[in-house]
Design a protein around this ligand. Structure first.
Ligand SMILES: [Zn+2]
Length: 80
């Protein structure tokens, strides 16, 4: 099976996987964990993060500090 790819959206208080739209841990290379306000962790869709974006303008620097390994794909690129 082909590995699926997704863009990681990193926001100040919440991050998410654009592949499945669920919360993601911005430290992970793949979407393994769904971060959410729930007592039990849920498995993510497993897509590999191949780029990152943010819903907010001006977040590029902090995103690149957090994930220097991921290419920046531009602000608000959530819908790709
Ligand atoms: Zn996902």
């Amino acid at each position: 099976m082909e590995e699926s790819h997704a863009i990681l959206t990193i926001n100040l208080y919440s991050s998410r996987c654009n592949g499945c739209g669920l919360g993601a841990d911005p430290e992970e290379t793949h979407h393994l964990t769904v971060l959410q306000y729930a007592p039990d962790p849920v498995a993510g869709c497993g897509a590999k993060f191949i780029g990152m974006t943010s819903d907010y303008l001006g977040e590029r620097e902090s995103c690149e500090e957090m994930r220097p390994d991921l290419p920046w794909v531009g602000e608000g690129a959530s819908c790709t």
